[in-house]
Design a protein around this ligand. Structure first.
Ligand SMILES: Cc1ncc(COP(=O)(O)O)c(C=O)c1O
Length: 378
């Protein structure tokens, strides 16, 4: 068979990936879970399964259409109201995934002449949203990770030559997904309030875990209800699937009318929404879950000589890709499900293990992982 040009191109790319040790493959779950985002151990909780089954029987297995086309159910409205109340905002809009939310809400808000400023280590979905907004004519500024001084300078420089009335939007992860560190939200809120910029935070890894009521990093850092756009996901700590943006009614109406990922996509299935509602109820009702996940992460960090962080993500820096893969494989063989994270997910030369903790883990399992990490790293 003569290879077609597209086949040749793909084969070449596959060979390059493989030479760099960057092949990705789907590995089945095996061993003790130290890599999922099921921080509260709710994913397999029978109460979520029961809520989902009841919703399927009552409202159907699928939504049948987009929210704007008969795909909405009372459960969707109920979940939005519950999320808004929890996050301290006026309103909320569900999206099907966090990726879809981030990638499509940025271009819905920012137009030609406007600007987005994005933390250098933001999640890929925010990066893609920024790219789309830039393609639409917005200025894109990437500021140094957590560097508010750099952000302030970039904002002022842009503002000096921006057209009158141009909008600035600042986007940041709350908990950074590959490093487990957190943004300075109080600093960002103060800066954005003085500069009149719109702040978007991604609380994918903070929702359900941080703050007095588990509402997230904004709650932990004392700026609950002061962030105009709070995005979060239902597929991590809350044990279900989907995403949301908590905001005021004006922003919700705008996104409902303009965010293409909301408008042109079938709504979340009712069983998924019901499981999300139950996950949210349990996250608030059973604070021991988040306390346990965070305490176990802290135990790991202390054992690895790392400073404390309010998150359940613990990176183990390795460096070279092949070394990270080797370490992950030997830990997997010893019964621990840990995964290596390589570029382009993380910057070049910073391949690592991304270890996560959850309420379902036992102390003995964490101690065993610590021993194994010491034994298997050289
Ligand atoms: C920080 C962050 N934002 C957004 C997403 C995307 O969310 P979803 O999995 O719902 O698409 C993820 C990971 O999945 C994430 O880690």
């Amino acid at each position: 068979m003569i290879p077609t040009p597209w086949r040749q191109r793909l084969l070449q790319q596959a060979q390059q990936r493989s030479a760099l040790g960057r092949d990705r493959s789907i590995q089945p779950a095996a061993g003790v879970d130290f890599c999922s985002n099921d921080y509260l151990g709710l994913r397999r909780d029978p109460r979520l399964a029961q809520a989902a089954a009841l919703a399927a029987a009552t409202h159907g297995s699928g939504a049948g259409g987009a929210r704007l086309l008969r795909g909405s159910s009372p459960l969707h409205d109920e979940l939005e109201a519950a999320l808004a109340a929890w996050k301290g905002t006026e309103a909320c809009l569900l999206f099907n995934t966090g990726f879809q939310a981030n990638a499509t809400l940025l271009p819905a808000l920012v137009a030609q002449g406007d600007a987005i400023f994005s933390d250098a280590l933001n999640h890929a979905s925010l990066v893609d949203g920024c790219r789309l907004a830039k393609a639409g004519g917005a200025h894109l500024g990437i500021y140094g990770h957590g560097d508010l001084e750099d952000l302030t300078t970039q904002l002022s420089t842009w503002r000096a030559s921006a057209p009158p009335g141009a909008l600035a939007l600042v986007a940041t992860d709350a908990v950074f997904s590959m490093d487990g560190d957190v943004a300075d939200l109080s600093g960002l809120v103060a800066l954005c309030e003085t500069q009149g910029a719109l702040l978007l935070i991604d609380e994918a890894h903070a929702t359900g875990l941080l703050g007095a009521d588990g509402a997230g990093l904004a709650q932990l850092q004392g700026v609950h209800g002061r962030v105009p756009l709070v995005m979060g996901t239902l597929g991590k700590a809350l044990g279900s699937f989907g995403a949301f943006v908590c905001c005021d009614q004006l922003l919700r109406d705008h996104l409902l009318n303009t965010a293409r990922g909301f408008i042109f996509s079938t709504a979340l299935p009712p069983p998924v929404v019901a499981a999300g509602l139950e996950g949210l109820r349990l996250a608030r009702l059973e604070p021991w879950r988040r306390e346990r996940a965070l305490a176990l992460a802290q135990t790991l960090r202390t054992a690895l000589g790392q400073p404390p962080q309010p998150s359940a993500i613990v990176p183990v820096p390795v460096g070279p890709d092949v070394e990270a893969v080797r370490l992950a494989r030997s830990l997997q063989a010893a019964g621990f499900d840990v995964r290596a994270v390589r570029p382009p997910t993380v910057p070049e030369g910073t391949a690592r293990l991304r270890i996560t903790t959850g309420a379902h883990l036992e102390d003995g399992q964490v101690q065993a992982l610590i021993r194994a990490l010491h034994e298997h790293s050289d």
